[in-house]
Design a protein around this ligand. Structure first.
Ligand code: PLP
Length: 438
């Protein structure tokens, strides 16, 4: 039974159809390992790691203990002109797994803040080295970079932009890489590396001297798991280097094991100048983000009089002691359970299982990489998104599994601890839900 004493009205829920939700609420009450428990007492198998973040599974004792001990010892300390040990320790730990050369970490509280921080660092870096005319920020169609004004300006999802004014001046967008001929590709699609060459045209049009950075999700998550065509990211990297433009990889979803490596940058062998992260950094247990910056960028700021603040940017909760403690505990779990490798090992089984849905009704594409997958359904005529929503709802209420829906795309991103039998269960139940929906 749902708790009828719960008043749903005062809360304005984020990215939610509030009235639809409140008419038939999907409420979760507790969680452990691979499972949630709903408020009406059902066990729900988590096919989404919460929201792409609970990589080590729910309610890990190590994190609970670290957080409780930390909050009892030092609940808060100011991060401006003051320090405490935890963020220094966490930054050091993170640079042990970051791609070589990205050895400096700036802490934020979310993916959106990581993105806006990265964009600001990119602009300030260009100015610091005397190239202040480089002010353009380039994104991509279908890109999702959070909800700050910087993030929505470079983002490429119309609904996230169109109600919110003009955004940052001077942004431009490259095409997305979703090609019809690549439907049902397993892993990286063969076709489409040449889409990167459009960047050359955009540079020719605007002049490289005006472009500060391009931001790209190595595997786009929110738009429905868009996997980069073979060679695409390498070409983007090469173009950036040739034109002296910074490459920012937005790894808010892909970092910390989701693609079977610490970072997608590691997996693809493409080293950016800046990486944005959040989510899996604390296993979702507390809000925290981290921006990784190259030594070259960092050292451009560490110049001039030593009593001058190098970057006028930061948050009250940057490097929060309790969040940092959660981050340290999460990193320990990832290492001790070898979870990034585990994700890589089981990703082949996951791929096989997800592609077994190809013959279900309405399915027009299946995409996967690491432990990320999307099953795309034909939209209903004149009612886009409703078929996907019905599948999602039936998964929750009837099949007892949690999947994610955006429009008519069902996304899967289970915790990296998932067992083969749980993959089988998710796929079987998702298949039934898809087959049963009109
Ligand atoms: N960037 C990417 C690639 C994301 O997927 C997300 C969230 O899903 C964000 C940024 C924003 O993160 P947050 O919701 O923590 O602000």
């Amino acid at each position: 039974m749902n708790d009828h004493t719960l008043n749903l009205e005062p809360l304005w829920m984020p990215f939610t159809a509030n009235r639809q939700f409140k008419a038939e609420p999907r409420l979760l009450e507790s969680a452990e390992g691979m499972y949630y428990r709903s408020m009406d007492g059902r066990e729900i198998l988590d096919g989404t790691a919460g929201l792409w973040c609970v990589n080590a599974g729910h309610s890990r004792q190590e994190i609970t203990t670290a957080v409780s001990e930390q909050i009892a010892k030092l609940d808060y300390a100011p991060p401006f002109q003051m320090g405490h040990p935890q963020p220094f320790r966490l930054a050091e730990k993170l640079t042990e797994i970051s791609p070589p050369g990205l050895d400096h970490v700036f802490f934020t509280n979310s993916g959106s803040e990581s993105v806006d921080t990265a964009l600001k660092i990119a602009l300030a870096y260009q100015q610091a080295r005397g190239l202040g005319r480089k002010q353009r920020l380039i994104g991509r169609e279908k890109g999702y970079h959070g909800v700050g004004f910087g993030g929505i300006s470079v983002g490429g999802l119309a609904n996230n932009r169109k109600a919110f004014g003009n955004g940052l001046a001077g942004t431009a967008h490259l095409s997305h890489t979703l090609l019809k001929q690549n439907a049902f590709s397993r892993g990286q699609p063969d076709d489409g590396a040449e889409i990167a060459d459009q960047f050359e045209e955009l540079i020719a049009l605007n002049d490289a001297g005006t472009i500060a950075a391009v931001i790209i999700e190595p595997v786009a998550g929110s738009a429905g798991v868009l996997v980069p065509p073979k060679g695409y990211l390498e070409r983007i990297r090469e173009i950036c280097t040739r034109h002296d433009i910074l490459l920012i990889l937005d790894e808010v979803i892909t970092a910390y094991g989701r693609v079977g490596a610490p970072f997608a940058a590691t997996k693809f062998g493409v080293t950016p100048d800046i990486i944005t992260t959040a989510k899996g950094l604390t296993n979702g247990a507390l809000p925290m983000g981290a921006v990784f910056v190259s030594d070259e960028i960092h050292s451009a700021f560490m110049q001039g009089p030593e009593n001058v603040i190098e970057l006028f940017h930061g948050y009250t909760y940057s490097g929060h002691p309790v969040a940092a403690a959660a981050g340290l505990a999460a990193m320990e779990i990832y290492a001790s359970d070898d979870l990034f490798q585990r994700a890589d090992d089981i990703s082949g089984y996951f791929e096989e299982a997800v592609h077994s849905l190809a013959n279900c009704r309405h399915v027009i594409d299946i995409r996967n990489f690491g432990l990320m997958a999307a099953v795309e359904l034909t939209p209903r005529e004149n009612a886009p998104g409703t078929r996907g929503y019905d599948v999602f709802n039936s998964c929750f209420f009837e099949q007892n599994i949690l999947v994610r829906v955006t429009a008519d795309v069902i996304a899967l991103s289970p915790p990296l601890i998932i067992e083969k039998r749980q993959i089988d269960e998710i796929i079987e139940k998702l298949g039934s839900a898809i087959d049963q929906v009109e």
